[in-house]
Each structure stands twice: as structure tokens, then as C-alpha cells.
Write a protein that binds this ligand. Structure first.
Ligand SMILES: Nc1ncnc2c1ncn2[C@@H]1O[C@H](COP(=O)(O)OP(=O)(O)O)[C@@H](O)[C@H]1O
Ligand SMILES: NC(=O)c1ccc[n+]([C@@H]2O[C@H](COP(=O)(O)O)[C@@H](O)[C@H]2O)c1
Length: 208
């Protein structure tokens, strides 16, 4: 069975889940694993000296559980697809099916074991003002306290981004200000080309 793992990383509110959901709808036999669903319980997240909860760190996430979820997909992508969101589509007789996993989240490329599994890595970036604006209309659980964006989210983004750039060299940067449909079609075109190149080969490896 052939598999492809795509990472959709990026800044908070960069448009990761919007793009991932749209891609999943268009890619047959694809599933999404979202890093957001692996946040630790609030009681386990420490506060800094300013009283801000330290949510924008890898240590605020159950990354071990996230890896287990990815491994469950790798063990049997077909069964994972059926148990998570339904029907497996057979493309055409005699053609090897390619199962696609979309891993999305704001710190996916900062976690080396996850990073190493991805065939393609996209990173959605937006300017500071857009990020602050989009974030202000989103309600997290718990909600951002006053000053959280400038006091925690943005400084941690800068720190995490630096760390990511030291670890990862093959990122495809995407402009999160691009209109939704255009973003979708450019990534879809790229991924579809990979899938086609991949399904033509019989060694199970994605061409470089
Ligand atoms: N390409 C885009 N252009 C304009 N707004 C967008 C775009 N993609 C997402 N958004 C909006 O930005 C906000 C954050 O999007 P979301 O996909 O939830 O981001 P993320 O998963 O990266 O945190 C939402 O209000 C969403 O509707
Ligand atoms: N889902 C949660 O439990 C939770 C709680 C508090 C903050 N957050 C925020 O989620 C952000 C990451 O998710 P997004 O990339 O979807 O914005 C982080 O910046 C973090 O501050 C999430």
C-alpha cells in the first residue's frame, strides 16, 4: 500500500485548518490529524512570571499521543479512514491506491519525530497585524486573557520559528493572505503531481 504524508504547518490563524479541510475534501482516501486536539489539560499547563499560560510550547501538547495516532494511521490507513471519516474510494481497477495523511498544526515542524515522517511540508505565514486581528476574533478554551498575543503568542512564535528554521530545510512557504481557493488549487496541484508520480512507481518511494 502506498502512503503520502503532508504537513500543513504555520502560524496561529494562518489558515491551516481551513486549507487542510479543503484539501481533505478533494484528495481521495485522505485523513487529517490536527495537533490542536492534543493540547494538555489546562491544569497541566504552567504559567510564566507574568501569569500567562504557556500554551505555545511543545511541552503543552501530548506529542507522544499524537505520534501514536500517526502510527495507527501508518499501520492501516484504510482502516483508519473507515473508522474516522467513512468510505474508502477505489480510484480505478489495477491502479495502486495512494493513502494521504494531512498533519496540521502550529508546531508540527518543531517536533523532530513527526517532521521526519513527512514527504511534503507547507508553512502558512501571515503578517503580525493580520495574525493579531484574526486571533482576536477566535475563542479558545480557555480564552486568551488581555495582552496574551503580545505577551506570549507572538514572542513564542518568533522563538519557535527560529528553532524550526534551524531544524527544517525543505519547507514550502505559503502566503496565508492568498485567497482561499487560490491557496487550495496551488497546493492541490502540487500534491496531485506527487500522487501521480508516486502511483506510477512500484518501489513505494516518493520521487525526490
Ligand atoms: N486564505 C484565507 N484568507 C482569509 N481568511 C482566511 C483564510 N484562511 C483562513 N482564514 C480565516 O482565518 C481564520 C483562521 O483560520 P484557521 O484555518 O482556523 O487557522 P489556523 O488553523 O491556522 O489557526 C478563520 O477566521 C478563517 O476563516
Ligand atoms: N485548543 C486548546 O486547548 C488551546 C488552549 C489555549 C490556547 N490555544 C492556542 O492554540 C494555538 C494554536 O492553534 P491554532 O494554530 O489553531 O491557532 C496556540 O497559539 C495556543 O495559544 C489552544
Amino acid at each position: 500500500m502506498k502512503t503520502l504524508i503532508i504537513g500543513i504547518g504555520g502560524m496561529t490563524n494562518g489558515g491551516k485548518s481551513t486549507l487542510s479541510k479543503a484539501l481533505q475534501k478533494r484528495l481521495p482516501n485522505s485523513c487529517i490529524i490536527s495537533q490542536d486536539t492534543f493540547f494538555k489539560d489546562d491544569s497541566l499547563v504552567p504559567v510564566d512570571s507574568h501569569g500567562f499560560k504557556q500554551y505555545d510550547l511543545l511541552s503543552a501538547l501530548h506529542m507522544d499521543r499524537m505520534m501514536e495516532e500517526v502510527e495507527t494511521w501508518q499501520d492501516d490507513p484504510r482502516a483508519f479512514k473507515v473508522s474516522h471519516n467513512g468510505v474508502v474510494q477505489l480510484l480505478s481497477e489495477g491502479v495502486d491506491q495512494v493513502y494521504v495523511l494531512i498533519i496540521e498544526g502550529f508546531l508540527i515542524f518543531n517536533y523532530r519525530p513527526l517532521n521526519e515522517l513527512m514527504n511534503k511540508k507547507y508553512f502558512l505565514q501571515i503578517p503580525y497585524e493580520t495574525c493579531k486581528q484574526r486571533r482576536s476574533s477566535r475563542v479558545y478554551t480557555p480564552p486568551d486573557p488581555p495582552g496574551y498575543f503580545d505577551g506570549h503568542v507572538w514572542p513564542m512564535y518568533l522563538k519557535n520559528r527560529k528553532e524550526m528554521e534551524e531544524m527544517v530545510t525543505d519547507l514550502v512557504l505559503l502566503d496565508g493572505l492568498t485567497e482561499r481557493d487560490k491557496l487550495l488549487s496551488s497546493v492541490l496541484e502540487d500534491v496531485t503531481a506527487d500522487i501521480e508520480a508516486f502511483s506510477d512507481r512500484d518501489d513505494g518511494n516518493l520521487p525526490a
